[in-house]
Design a protein around this ligand. Structure first.
Ligand code: ADP
Ligand code: MG
Length: 417
């Protein structure tokens, strides 16, 4: 972990991955070097799991290459094991049998399987749980089984897809610390790791290098080398400054400015938007994102869409790793509710082309109304099945709050307000 040499364990070159019309990975390149832990950080839906599956050879890239130690993959990557958020244990097998499963594929003789599985269970703190079934275990213990099953084969690289996301805070803290201790033990055979996460602090806590994946479509937006000795104190100014830098990269503009779905609405509702502007106003007009996230206990996926929305509507501007209230934002925060709604309507029409488009469509129609299904179908064509519903919900919420439109679920119609 301390010495990242330049030997590539896995390299990804210019990988594209599409599902039908949806481009999920858009020319991603990265190298995982011998002896380093890399964190891949991004919002949900940014393509992290898809990228990990490409690295593992579980799914083929639409174009581009993934290589393991110099050889282009053609099927499963022989050098990696995976750990999943959902643990992915077989409920009808005991803890030990689940762990042995990893070795069966390698046709290790039964006696040796047993011995190695017991050693892996011992190492990961599951001594005494060998004959238990997964349902008898807590989430934390189940994930230990997940780690034991992955590590028993002594993989060249360990690929982890949000391994701590399903666990409560204390349990995940504990498992993260143990993972780091294992990694620091020179006897530990697996030297290289890639962890997918949407938790900024987790990334900085664990990794030698953090790659930040942009969404829609997924590309590497920035990279950060974490030059801090272990154990890392997340209250230290150095740690906090890394958190700020990640926010700066996450909210900064794409470097080449060519985002594909520029018209998509961030999944933030008007209550959250107004709340964030109010908070900014109370704090004298500027605030750091790390501070807000900490205070509101907001995860990346909760906070960033709201930040995107206030920036899109020009109520605030990104400033380094924080936000600065704009003149518009100041007016919005001080206005009474009716004026605030009027102002919001103006901003939405000006800066949210999707809502403007729906309002135009309503105006053009004979009776100022359109079937909701028609609009949903249009959204499916533009954004794909997965995102159409949330685009619709956000557009309706913004439109209703602005009193630009009404939506009657009973008649399934959207009409001018
Ligand atoms: P993340 O792990 O960052 O949350 P994913 O890689 O799971 O993101 O998904 C990225 C996008 O690709 C999402 O919009 C998701 O709906 C879509 N996607 C993932 N797998 C498939 C699939 N097998 N078929 C169609 N769409 C998919
Ligand atoms: Mg995922």
């Amino acid at each position: 972990m301390t010495t990242a040499t330049s030997t590539a364990v896995i390299s990804v070159e210019n990988v594209y991955k599409t599902f039908g019309d949806l481009t999920v990975l858009d020319g991603v390149s990265l190298t995982l070097h011998d002896g380093e832990i890399v964190a891949l950080l991004g919002r949900s839906g940014s393509g992290k799991s898809t990228l990990l599956r490409c690295l593992a050879g579980l799914t083929a890239a639409t174009s581009g290459t993934v290589s393991y130690r110099g050889d282009a993959l053609n099927g499963a990557n022989p050098g990696v094991s995976m750990v999943f958020q959902s643990f992915a244990l077989l409920p009808w097998l005991t803890v030990q049998e689940n762990v042995e499963l990893g070795l069966q594929a390698l046709s290790v003789p039964a006696a040796q399987r047993r011995e190695r599985a017991l050693a892996a269970l011992d190492m990961i703190g599951l001594d005494g749980f060998e004959s238990a079934y997964p349902r008898e275990l807590s989430g934390g213990m189940r994930q230990r089984v997940g780690f034991a099953r992955a590590l028993v084969v002594e993989p060249d690289a360990l690929l982890m897809d949000e391994p701590f996301s399903a666990l409560d805070v204390l349990t995940s803290e504990n498992l993260r610390a143990e993972l780091l201790r294992l990694w620091q033990d020179p006897e530990f055979p697996t030297r290289t790791g890639l962890i997918v996460t949407h938790n900024i602090e987790e990334a900085i806590q664990l990794a030698d290098r953090v790659l930040i994946l942009d969404s829609n479509p997924g590309r590497i937006k920035g990279e950060l080398t974490i030059d801090l000795a272990h154990p890392r104190d997340r209250r230290s100014p150095e740690f906090e400054s890394y958190v700020d830098t990640v926010y700066e990269i996450l909210t900064g503009h794409a470097r080449d400015g060519s985002r594909q779905t520029i018209d998509a609405l961030p999944a933030a509702n008007t209550g959250e938007i107004a709340g964030l502007i109010e908070l900014l106003h109370h704090r004298g007009g500027s605030v750091g994102l790390a501070e807000i996230a900490d205070e509101l206990r907001y995860e990346l996926d909760d906070l960033l869409p709201v930040v995107d929305a206030v920036v899109m509507l020009k109520l605030a501007l990104p400033r380094g790793s924080g936000l600065q209230l704009s003149e518009q934002g100041r007016r919005f925060a001080s206005a009474d509710i009716l004026r605030a709604k009027e102002q919001f309507a103006t901003l939405v029409v000006e800066h949210a082309p999707l809502v403007r488009g729906i309002v135009k469509q309503l105006r053009r129609s004979d009776n100022g109304a359109v079937r909701a299904d028609t609009i949903l179908d249009d959204l499916r064509d533009t954004f794909g099945d997965a995102s159409a519903r949330s685009q619709f919900d956000t557009a309706v919420d913004w439109g209703r709050y602005s009193e630009l439109l009404e939506y009657d679920v009973g008649t399934n119609r959207i009409e001018l307000a």
